[in-house]
Every structure is written in structure tokens, then in C-alpha cells.
Design a protein around this ligand. Sequence first.
Ligand SMILES: C[S@@+](CC[C@H](N)C(=O)[O-])C[C@H]1O[C@@H](n2cnc3c(N)ncnc32)[C@H](O)[C@@H]1O
Length: 285
Amino acid sequence: MKSLSDRFLNPDDPDVTGILDDAPLWSVPFGLLLLDRIPMKQNLRVLDIGCGTGFPMLEVAQRLGPGSSIWGIDPWKAALDRLSRKIKIMGIENAKVIHGKAEELPFEDNTFDLIISNNGINNVADPLHVMQECRRTAKPGAELIFTVNLPETMTEFYDVYEKVLLMTGLHAYIPAIHHHIRQKRRPVEDWKAMASEAGFMLKDIRFDTFTYRFASGTALLDYAFIRLAFMPSWLEILDEPMQAMVFQLIENELNRLAAERKEISLNIPFACFLFENRQSPHKRE
Ligand SMILES: C[S@@+](CC[C@H](N)C(=O)[O-])C[C@H]1O[C@@H](n2cnc3c(N)ncnc32)[C@H](O)[C@@H]1O
């Protein structure tokens, strides 16, 4: 147990003030729904798939308390460096960081009571393989709880993207938009089918939506999180030579729509799945 002096966090320490804004705003609505579903029990062994910079992993670590342990796995080294720094500054002793891909979990069979993922499992290259690894490393009765955004995410933006491609005679790229959406935002039925194939039983699904609102298309495309998390995959839909021209036209069209509608609103529908590993302990073949 921490002593009273260990529990003190100095508000004048720049490292301490630096961690106060630790959750990406984008991740918060998903994370709140996920946190609502997590069993607040002691002595759990927990895995977070795609932990990134540590939200909601560090929330879970702290809320479950010192009898529980949580491991976060992610291939993104810079995010894990930041996460490790936060763990040190906050003095969290039950959180561990693993640099790697969830397709190959470096854990024994039947290790975890709970596996979580906040918008992480939908970002891996092979989600079925990850589910099978979750099943292998989950104890019987363990829960798999994860959030993902749904296929209708940001349709307002993709409609403009398609319209610009049609206007410029670049119809040939439209299937690539649909492929991108299909890869990044799988329908609910896909998640149910993959989890079931891996050996999990569905217990519950919750749905919610939030809205990203911007005063103009320029504000949307300049927004740092859009530039970091979305722009690279939006650009990849096109071949390099036409990217600048198409994105200028998208910006113009979004600005026109913002003037007409008084804002740009992007809806983000998402789901939180709760599965249970109801089968007997996994045995290696
Ligand atoms: C949208 S971020 C979510 C991060 C964090 N959970 C949050 O809510 O802010 C998706 C994360 O999945 C990670 N990721 C991508 N491929 C992965 C893989 N094969 N195994 C584990 N994590 C992966 C990314 O590096 C990224 O940190």
C-alpha cells in the first residue's frame, strides 16, 4: 500500500501537469462506455489490446487497485514510451507495457480474467487471429469487452469524398473508399461472427454516438487528431499525384457545406461488445 507521502502528486511538477490531459478526446466516449461495463472486482488479471498512450488502461489499473494487474500491448513504440512515463510519474505499480502485436500474445494459455480493447481490436491487421489469441489466453468465464466504431462513422465526410471523385472523373477510386470503410469499420455482424468463431459467447452489446462538430472544412482538416489518426488512411485511397488536388476540392466542398448548414457535423456511431469465454480451459493442440 502507498504511504500518504507516496500518494502526493506535486501540482507544480511539469511532468505531473503534463499527464492531466492524458486521454485523447476521440477515445473518451468509447472509453466511458467500456469503463461502465468493466467488473469492478479485485484480483483480476487484465489485458488491454492496442493500449496506445494508456487510455483507458491506466483508468482500469487504478480503479481495480493493487490486487489486480493489467498488461497493455501495442506495436506503437512512441506511444508506449509516453505510457511508461505516465506509469512512472503516477506511481502505478500494477500496469505493465508490452511492445508487440496482439496477433502473437506473449502469454500462457488461460491467463486473463478480463480482456479489454478501446478502439484497438478494430485497428489490428488480423482481428480474427487476435480474437483467437484472446480466447487462448482467456480463463474460462473470462470476459472480452471492446469498443469499435461502426460503418456509418463520418459518412458526412465520405459522401463529400465520393462527390469530389465523381466531379473530377476519378470514379475508379470510389471502390477504394468502400474498401477502406469496410476494413476500418466492420459491421456488428462481423464482430459477432469472429468472436463466435474464436469461441466467445455474446452477452451484451451497447450502442452510442457522438458528434465531431467543426465551423468549417478547413478547421476539420487542420484539426491535429484528424491529421494524426485519419488523414494518412484518407490519402492512401488515392495515388500520390492527385492527393493535393482532391483534398483541396474536398476542403472547398466542406467549406461550402459548412456555410450552408452553419457547421460540419461528423457522426461517430460506436458499439461496446461484451463476450464471455464460456468454454473449458484452452488446451494447446
Ligand atoms: C485508435 S488507437 C486506440 C488507442 C487507445 N486504446 C485509446 O483508446 O486511445 C488504436 C491502437 O491500436 C494499436 N494497434 C494497431 N495494430 C495493433 C496490433 N496488431 N496489436 C495491438 N495493437 C495494435 C495502434 O498502435 C493504436 O495504439
